[in-house]
Write a protein that binds this ligand. Structure first.
Ligand code: KIV
Ligand code: ZN
Length: 521
């Protein structure tokens, strides 16, 4: 129980970078409509600042930032920019329509990054900070500056750089642990050191941005807050480069559940957390690990007899937060082939999905198909359906119209396929070492590419021989990674659809990254 009243708790700003740092995660590319849907949900759930993209990096990023700027009602929309004036001008242009806008500009400050990445002298870096922040201030009075690789920066130089950014007009100073190297005590120490040594630091908001390479991103972020940071940069499901960023749901729930020792509050409506987690997972095709804190399938499951016994007597014996606090609805509505569209919508809402009419139409058709094959459609079946139904059919260049395989003990196995690609019907037959291999070979004979299959993974959604299988496929082409997911009661068909979905994402990715330019940690 908290010993602090709500008004006694200090407010921590939640800065979500799912659409920027999260999207930089290999394979996590999202379409424009997916980004918009996520931004609207982040806004509704009370995120304070949404980093919507890196406008100079690609046309796609620019468009995402400008469309999101148009649509978001409450949150501040932020665009990322390196220190070059073109980057900042481009970010400002993308943010033009935002009701409340922030430009986030950054440059590396660690000795390693300055020497090898930037090939710049420290004095030149200081000059670039001055110039870039001043330029950003021409467009907005909400300017954030970050020293990339901040936690590996020499303290004297970090103080000098931060002081320069504040003098030039920055209003938020964000300290990134770009490579996920720091530890809680050190993270807090850096913030304390800055508060002690940098003149005028009290005029700005100090922010923390932690990567999870050593599994300490959340702990490091909370330690920074305990030392005086008042903004946490985070992502839904901890999505992000390499091992990801601090997970929004974890930092928010940690401060809420342990407000007795962390007397801070956020503006987040925590009952929307599960919905956000599922939305990001289905948009990126990145499954949430079963034992992931707060949003994993098992986060509130009690299997051990002794735990179940305790739970039945009093839920707090083993539960530190209530499932409904993060949006897990308790319901016993089971769907079957006679269930209608209204029942499906209610059930999906209980599972944390809000679907518009068009998407409901597509999902309902798939649900009916599934219900014809299975007697009962369980919650997990619906979640699999939601996560494997493309959100945007415009992104689907190819679709499977027909697939037939011959399999069994006599090899080689065979596959006949009809693909509809760009409106044209294409047929192929192929053999392979097993039916999945034969199906993939048939698809490859129709769509030539050099992508390497990096992962092929099959998972049963529920129990029983009529269970759906969810298949994930990961492809790599020229260092770029794309994923595809699909589910079906026929494992081979699910595999072929997942493969085609990954190829569609590859086509989308090729288009999007044609003039690729910038990157950030
Ligand atoms: O990790 C990092 O350094 C970043 C910066 C751009 C803030 O993402
Ligand atoms: Zn980062």
């Amino acid at each position: 129980m908290s010993k602090h009243s709500q008004s006694e708790k200090e407010r921590v700003i939640i800065f979500d970078t799912t659409l920027r740092d999260g999207e930089q995660s290999p394979g996590a590319t999202m379409s424009l409509s997916e980004k918009i849907e996520i931004a609207i949900l982040l806004d509704e759930m009370g995120v304070d600042v949404i980093e919507a993209g890196f406008p100079i990096a690609s046309e796609g990023d620019f468009r995402a930032v400008s469309e999101i700027s148009n649509l978001v009602n409450e949150a501040t929309v932020c665009g990322l920019a390196r220190s070059s004036l073109e980057d900042i001008d481009r970010a400002a242009e993308a943010l033009r329509q935002a009701r409340s806008k922030r430009i986030h500009t950054f440059i590396s400050t660690s000795p390693l990054h300055m020497e090898f990445k930037l090939q710049m002298k420290p004095d030149d870096v200081i000059e670039a900070i001055e110039r870039s922040v001043a330029r950003a201030c021409k467009y907005t009075d909400d300017v954030q500056w970050s020293p990339e690789d901040g936690t590996r920066t020499e303290h004297d130089f970090l103080c000098r750089a931060v002081e320069t950014a504040i003098k030039a007009g920055a209003t938020t100073i964000n300290i990134p642990d770009t490579v996920g190297y720091t530890a809680p005590e050190e993270s807090a120490g850096i913030i304390r050191m800055l508060k002690k040594r940098v003149p005028a630091i009290d005029r700005v908001v100090i922010s923390t941005h932690c990567h999870n390479d050593l599994g300490m991103a959340v702990a490091n972020s909370l330690a920074a807050v305990s030392a005086g940071a008042r903004q946490i940069e985070c992502t839904i499901n901890g999505l992000g480069e390499r091992a990801g960023n601090a997970a929004l749901e974890e930092v928010v729930m940690a401060m809420r559940v342990r407000s007795d020792i962390m007397p801070y509050r956020t503006g987040i409506d925590t009952t929307r957390i599960l919905q956000a987690s599922r939305l990001v997972s289905s948009a990126t095709g990145f499954p949430v690990q079963y034992n992931k804190a707060i949003v994993g399938k098992n986060a509130f499951a009690h299997e051990a007899g002794i735990h179940q016994d305790g739970m039945l007597k009093h839920s707090e014996t083993y539960e530190i937060m209530r499932p409904e606090d993060v949006g897990i609805a308790q319901s016993n509505l089971v769907l079957g082939k006679h269930s209608g569209r209204a029942a499906l919508r209610v059930k999906l809402e209980q599972l944390g999905y809000s679907v518009g009419d068009n998407r409901l139409k597509v999902i309902f058709a798939r649900f009916k198909n599934l219900a014809d094959k299975k007697k009962e459609v369980f919650d997990d079946d619906l979640i699999a359906l939601m996560q494997t139904t493309p959100r945007d059919s415009d992104d689907e260049f190819m679709q499977i119209k027909y697939l037939r395989v011959v399999c069994g003990s006599e090899s080689p196995q065979e596959a006949d396929i009809v693909l509809v690609a760009g409106g044209e019907e294409l047929r192929a037959s192929s053999t392979g070492d097993g039916p999945v291999d034969a199906a993939f070979n048939a698809i490859n004979s129709l769509f030539d590419h050099s992508a390497k299959l990096e992962l092929y993974q099959v998972q049963a959604v529920t129990e029983g021989t009529d269970a759906q299988a969810t298949v994930s496929v990961r492809l790599e082409e020229n260092g770029k990674i794309v994923v595809g997911q699909s589910s079906d009661t026929d494992t081979v068909f699910a595999s072929a659809k997942a493969y085609v979905s990954a190829l569609n994402n590859l086509i989308h990715r090729r288009k999007k990254s044609a003039p690729a330019a910038a990157s950030a940690g």
